[in-house]
Design a protein around this ligand. Structure first.
Ligand code: NAD
Ligand code: DAU
Length: 339
């Protein structure tokens, strides 16, 4: 099979390309990525020369270029990871989020209609459900929880989901959607919370913790997300949404303390700063559906995954040091300089 993976030079898409090229030597992975600030060819370096991997530096909003790839490569499956993904950046400048996350999804769906595919899969997020109260540990997001977004990022992702659902119903397209909780693991861009803690702590730099540090995220090791998507594209039912998450809820203060302990660094590095506007309080996934229908359960508990992640960042310091010494410095100053 020919499988298009968009956003494959990013964090989850990159891990997915590694996973798929090794697991399915007879399939060809066609990676499409614009290489924005978040895309990194160093992430793909270990698989770039594999015979079942091809890379296209292309913007998913570029209709002509996307149609050309579909025409020439005849994909069977399309998995759309490509997106602008950082909530703080979406608060600073929403426009590119609307273009990539909404228009880009529309272009890919049109290409699928034009050239025909067996399956289109949209990689969505639990953020489309909004948030849950901190004092209701009995509440979880299910696939029927209403969409109720908070940030320009989540609103753009939810819009994309609605477009996928409209193409499924109106044009009978074979689509699926997955909504996953917070991922962590190798190759995550250092603007995101866990790699930010690691990269700052390794430089003995303060770690900005928003608000009181009591917001809760449901952390999933990235490989478990990759396994879930692989199961959905093969055995998931057309037209269905699958939530992905493993009951791994931690508040942000607990996460910072765990990572600092893992690095042997002092908790004095923690710096409480002003909160993110509209900051979602708690995310928590109910994964009953994907477990019942597809037999998926996470394989990596947080305690093990965080150790592996810390080790990866220590062993691969060059990967993130190359990022933080570049344009990232300006981003960091703009985001945190006056906080
Ligand atoms: P990321 O920011 O690390 O990577 C995004 C990738 O998309 C980059 O390689 C970037 O170059 C590429 N890209 C951006 N705009 C593009 C465009 N116009 N055309 C082609 N490529 C473009 O993101 P991530 O954390 O790996 O997230 C991947 C997907 O998973 C996203 O759709 C995101 O919404 C979703 N998701 C992420 C998480 C998480 O915790 N990171 C959780 C649930 C869902
Ligand atoms: O839930 C899935 C989502 O998880 C994905 O859809 C998004 O693409 C991904 O970025 C992530 O969103 P979050 O906003 O939850 O992730 P982030 O790493 O930005 O922040 C995690 C938590 O840590 C959040 O409560 C905000 C807090 N935080 C974050 C940063 C960057 C801090 O306290 N300080 C920080 O400097």
């Amino acid at each position: 099979m020919n499988i298009i993976v968009t956003g494959g030079a990013g964090f989850i898409g990159g891990n997915f390309c590694h996973y798929m090229t090794k697991k399915y030597p007879d399939d060809t992975i066609l990676c499409i990525d614009k290489l924005t600030y978040a895309g990194n060819l160093e992430t793909l370096e270990p698989i770039m020369d594999m015979p079942n991997f091809k890379f296209f530096k292309t913007d998913i909003t570029d209709r002509e270029a996307i149609y050309k790839i579909f025409k020439e490569e005849k994909p069977d499956i399309v998995i759309n990871f490509a997106a602008e993904t950082h909530v703080d950046r979406s608060i600073d400048d929403p426009e590119v989020f609307l273009n990539t996350n909404i228009i880009g999804t529309g272009v890919l769906l049109d290409a699928c209609r034009e050239f025909g595919i067996k399956r289109y899969h949209q990689v969505s997020t639990d953020e489309v459900y909004g948030d849950l109260p901190l004092d209701r540990p009995d509440m979880f997001f299910t696939e029927t929880t209403p969409i109720h977004t908070s940030s320009p990022y989540s609103a753009a992702k939810a819009s994309a989901d609605l477009i996928v659902q409209a193409y499924t119903r109106t044009f009978g397209m074979p689509c699926t959607i997955s909504r996953c909780s917070n991922n962590y693991g190798p190759y995550q861009f250092p603007e995101k919370f866990i790699p930010l803690i690691i990269s700052n702590a390794m430089n003995d730099k303060k770690i900005p913790l928003y608000g009181k540090g009591d917001n809760v995220r449901d952390w999933l090791y990235v490989k478990d997300h990759c396994i879930a998507i692989d199961l959905i594209i093969r055995n998931g039912k057309e037209g269905e949404i699958y939530n992905i998450g493993g009951h791994n809820e931690k508040n942000n203060l607990e996460v910072v303390k765990t990572v600092l302990a893992g690095l042997g660094k002092s908790e004095e590095l923690i710096n409480f700063v002003s909160d993110r506007p509209g900051h979602d309080r708690r995310y928590a996934i109910d994964p009953t559906k994907i477990h019942g229908e597809l037999g998926w359960l996470p394989e990596t508990p947080f305690e093990e995954g965080i150790k592996k992640t810390i080790k990866w960042y220590l062993d691969n310091a060059k990967w993130w040091e190359n990022i933080i010494k570049g344009e990232y410095k300006n981003y960091y100053e703009k985001m945190y300089g006056n906080r």
